[in-house]
Design a protein around this ligand. Structure first.
Ligand code: ADP
Ligand code: GLC
Length: 476
């Protein structure tokens, strides 16, 4: 094999600059792991106003240009920053990136239609000629089509990674046509049309060279309609181009043995510090009763995907029939925010709620809890359960998507496992798994073993980065 492929990873968010969910974790961790393998990988992101000030101040402007979007002429700034051995490019335009990361509705569609066009333009302004463009989620979906149909460019191959097929970038065709000058004849089911809308993810799946998703199990699931949400046809037709590569986590960012923000440090070999973290968590959420009562935690976007309908159904039964404490950190749909505020008000000392987004608190919860509840309806990969395992906090998951690939449910016959699982999306089945976890909690030796199993897992990006590298190599 000759030299390593040059890869430009493109996404809407990425750590440590801006994060709303797991996509940012992956865009933060994967390039570092690829760079460690010798891959020349760079990253291109929108310069959201949320990019932390410490980075905004040290950006170098590489180029300024104009992007034509139909009749509009829009400013494009390309800025650059080197961080922990990886080069980052930022697409600067305040009209589109001075508000929320995701504006919702057609404003959001316009944000990312612009982003796709701006990335294509920026390619001729940077001193880096990628062999592969690694595109992530629908926000980058028009790039393969633009390159092939408007830039006549086959110079770079395209890998499109699906992080969540629920979000597809759907809009009326006139919006897409007016912004990107897409001719009417592409508005058919063979190209960008799906279910009566223009669809950016569909365009990506049609025009990209290879498709990946973030766990092997989800790669199978999305071939059928329940999970594929309208994309199962094109995915099945291109099944030989589809691969599932499991996400990892940044093992340095999440490391209970070294983190200064925790009440105490702990490791697989010495779990004593975890007790101090639990005490701190109990104080933080004013939890009462026995200090030994198990704590079940959730850290999540508050959205239907994450199984909150089951949690809502079973929460009061759980709090009134078991000696357990419950802690939630999250933000999102108002109906769930209201519910968890109500629960915290009704059961003070037993349940604690923090509505918001707080990375430091998230680490403290992962470290201080005993169990991490994640009863997802669907889950492309899921990072939170892997993060929980890293802190010896046993995940209780619905066996779907990447949760199947990352959690070995406790088996009462062998006494082994790295968490707990249930198969059917049903509150009673979830409660059975929770009760099993609470029963095992009483058995200190088994609990210690399961915690160690979980903490001993290699959830790093190393193995997956090798799979990405092999895929990139096969594409050039
Ligand atoms: P998704 O990307 O679908 O939201 P993942 O499990 O892949 O789910 O990733 C979620 C990431 O976002 C994890 O790093 C988790 O800790 C973090 N996270 C979610 N909600 C919050 C919050 N309210 N505060 C801090 N971190 C959060
Ligand atoms: C999406 C998915 C989540 C996955 C993350 C990173 O947000 O919902 O399951 O872990 O992307 O790939």
């Amino acid at each position: 094999m000759g030299s390593e492929p040059r890869v430009l990873m493109v996404a809407s968010e990425g750590m440590p600059f801006v994060k709303t969910g797991g996509l940012a974790d992956v865009v933060g961790a994967l390039p570092k792991a690829l760079a460690a393998l010798g891959v020349d990988v760079r990253v291109m992101l929108p310069k959201h106003q949320q990019v932390k000030e410490q980075y905004q101040d040290v950006l170098d402007t590489v180029a300024t240009a104009t992007v034509h979007l139909g009749w509009r002429e829009k400013y494009l700034g390309v800025q650059r920053l080197s961080h922990e051995g990886v080069e980052y490019y930022f697409i600067d335009n305040e009209d589109y990136f001075s508000g929320p990361v995701y504006r919702g509705g057609d404003l959001e569609n316009e944000q990312y239609l612009f982003f796709c066009k701006a990335v294509c333009e920026a390619l001729s302004h940077i001193d880096f000629a990628p062999d592969v463009l690694h595109l992530n989620d629908w926000h980058t979906g028009m790039i393969p089509m633009l390159l092939k149909t408007q830039y006549q460019s086959e110079a770079a191959r395209t890998l499109f990674t699906i992080h969540n097929i629920q979000f597809q970038g759907k809009m009326g065709f006139p919006v897409m046509r007016d912004m990107l000058s897409i001719p009417d004849y592409y508005y058919t089911p063979e190209y960008v049309e799906a279910d009566g809308c223009a669809n950016m993810m569909k365009a990506a799946l049609v025009f990209c060279d290879k498709i990946s998703t973030v766990s092997p199990n989800y790669a199978h699931e999305i071939m059928n309609a329940y999970f594929g949400l309208g994309m199962e046809g094109i995915l099945s037709a291109r099944a030989h181009d589809v691969v599932g590569i499991l996400n990892g986590i940044d093992m340095d960012e999440f490391d209970p043995a070294f983190e200064k923000g925790l009440a105490a440090q702990f490791s697989e070999c010495d779990l004593r510090g975890k007790q101090s973290c639990k005490r701190a968590l109990r104080a933080q959420f004013s939890l009462g009763g026995s200090p030994h009562a198990p704590i079940i935690a959730m850290v999540s976007r508050l959205t239907r995907q994450k199984g909150f309908d089951l949690v809502r159904y079973a929460m009061e039964e759980l709090l009134t029939t078991a000696d357990v404490r419950f802690v939630l950190l999250g933000s999102g749909d108002k109906e769930y925010e209201d519910f968890f505020n109500y629960i915290a008000g009704k059961y003070p000392g037993r349940a604690g709620t923090y509505i918001g987004y707080d990375e430091g608190l998230a680490h403290q919860i992962y470290a201080g809890a005993d169990f991490f509840l994640m009863p997802s309806q669907f889950e492309p990969c899921g990072l939170a359960q892997m993060i929980a395992q890293r802190y010896g906090t046993l995940p209780i998951v619905r066996e779907t998507g990447g949760l199947v690939d990352t959690v070995a449910p406790y088996n009462r016959f062998t006494g082994e496992g790295t968490g707990f699982g249930f198969a059917t999306f049903n509150a009673h089945d979830m409660m059975a798994a929770v009760r099993l976890a609470l029963a095992v909690y009483q058995d200190k030796a088994t609990m210690r073993k399961l915690r160690r199993n979980a903490m001993g897992l290699d959830n790093s990006f190393e193995k997956s980065a090798e799979q990405y590298r092999a895929l990139f190599r096969s594409m050039v």
